[in-house]
Ligand binder design. Structure first.
Ligand code: AMP
Length: 396
């Protein structure tokens, strides 16, 4: 496999699939430029090594071809500022104009192509479309981990046209290294923290983690299904009754594998799913009717933090409570802080999955953990052990 650090980019056109799917407001201004910033090291590296760069990405979910709201032209100025280089924009990602623009390219030039998803062929993984895109580069770099679990034309199919000149960008390389480290070569003890709303969406991951970790901390809405399965009273808390049996099975599986499961012992309950509700703290297995658990309590924070701070490898996916509401964010903030403290003491910590990433950003702790994954769904699928098309296409 080719490697971005050692590849000779001199006079080469690097066609880079980036993830510039940034949030825009009604004025079409970028409200969070994390994804643009994340791709800068790879782009700068190619330019420094004497190459030129053609960038391609999707933005949003356009339904029927061109839609001004989703045009990548909205990112050109900000990207130029970040790169301190003028980025040229081409109004279509394929066709004569685009081909002419990328053909006579000089080292140091940067072009951004228009939204790939203005062509339905992109999501269909169309071969001809992929071949047309491939004309823009001499070498292909996949720097879009967030879409690596999709077999789209620009993320997977295109790699066939670069049999000897395809590689990952720094970002994807780091994502893979970080997840592999947690799954395959962790320093022990290893702790996974899972939370969020539903058990049903995390079963495969929990099962996979049971073979990789020493401790599994379960918080958030999903914890109540486990507590009820063990006979506890959970009042009106979130529960998936269809998964009670499976929850018990997972607990048994954990025991037979020697994995210690930690469930919340106390819970912040409210009499409504609302910021203004009445709240109190009670035992997680003794919640009265009319009350619902919306965050883990202080005793649970203490218990979980102790496990986290004694760990050497930590993976966190999913909030401990309804952290979007101020009154129920303490559990999630405290766990994030415990992970930061463990990291300071030398642990490797990986934060992944949409909501834990928003939480860690919201509480300004992103630079206090080892790695914050950019690919929500893709990271979860990789953790589950699935072969991601975007990764397989480069490795094969
Ligand atoms: P997920 O996408 O499955 O990771 O779930 C994230 C969502 O779970 C967030 O929006 C949280 O507000 C929600 N959540 C966390 N804890 C609870 C809880 N105890 N009750 C209801 N929703 C929760």
């Amino acid at each position: 496999m080719k490697n971005i650090s050692s590849y000779n980019f001199k006079n080469k056109r690097a066609l880079i699939r980036v993830d510039f799917n940034v949030p825009l407001n009604n004025e079409r201004e970028i409200t969070d430029d994390t994804r643009l910033k994340a791709a800068i090291p790879t782009i700068k590296h190619v330019l420094k090594e004497g190459g030129s760069v053609v960038l391609m990405s999707h933005l949003g979910r356009p339904e029927n071809g061109f839609d001004e709201r989703y045009s990548l032209k909205h990112v050109v100025n900000h990207l130029s500022n970040l790169l301190q280089t003028q980025v040229d924009f081409v109004k279509d990602c394929i066709g004569t104009e685009a081909e002419a623009a990328t053909k006579n390219f000089k080292p140091g030039d940067v072009i951004l192509l228009e939204n790939l998803r203005f062509h339905p062929e992109e999501k269909k993984g169309d071969k001809t479309f992929a071949k047309n895109l491939s004309k823009h580069g001499d070498v292909y770099i996949n720097e879009a981990f967030g879409t690596a679990h999709r077999a789209h034309a620009s993320t997977a199919i295109i790699a066939d046209y670069f049999p000897n000149d395809k590689m990952f960008g720094f970002l994807v390389e780091n994502e893979i290294k970080s997840i592999d480290k947690v799954l395959h070569s962790p320093t022990k003890p290893t702790t996974a923290i899972v939370g969020g709303a539903k058990v049903s969406s995390k079963i495969t991951i929990i099962e996979k983690l049971l073979s990789a970790v020493d401790h599994l901390i379960i918080g958030g809405g999903m914890a109540y299904t486990f507590v009820k399965a063990q006979g506890g009273n959970i009042g009106d808390s979130l529960v998936e009754d269809d998964y009670l049996e499976l929850a018990l099975k997972l607990l048994n599986q954990a025991e037979s594998k020697g994995v210690k499961i930690h469930l919340p012992i106390d819970t912040v309950v409210a009499d409504a799913f609302s910021e203004d509700a009445n709240v109190k703290t009670c035992k997680t297995n003794d919640i009265e009717k009319g009350w619902l658990g919306l965050d883990i309590g202080e005793k649970s924070v203490e218990k979980f933090s102790k496990v986290i701070e004694e760990s050497k490898t930590i993976l966190w996916n999913g909030p401990m409570g309804v952290f979007e509401m101020k009154g129920f964010q303490n559990g999630t903030v405290s766990i994030a802080k415990a992970i930061a403290r463990a990291t300071e003491k030398g642990a490797f910590s990986l934060i992944g999955g949409g909501d834990s990433v928003s939480a860690i950003n919201k509480f300004d702790l992103a630079d206090k953990v080892s790695y914050v994954s950019t690919g929500g769904g893709a990271m979860l699928e990789y953790l589950e052990g699935k072969d991601l098309p975007g990764i397989a296409a480069i490795k094969s």
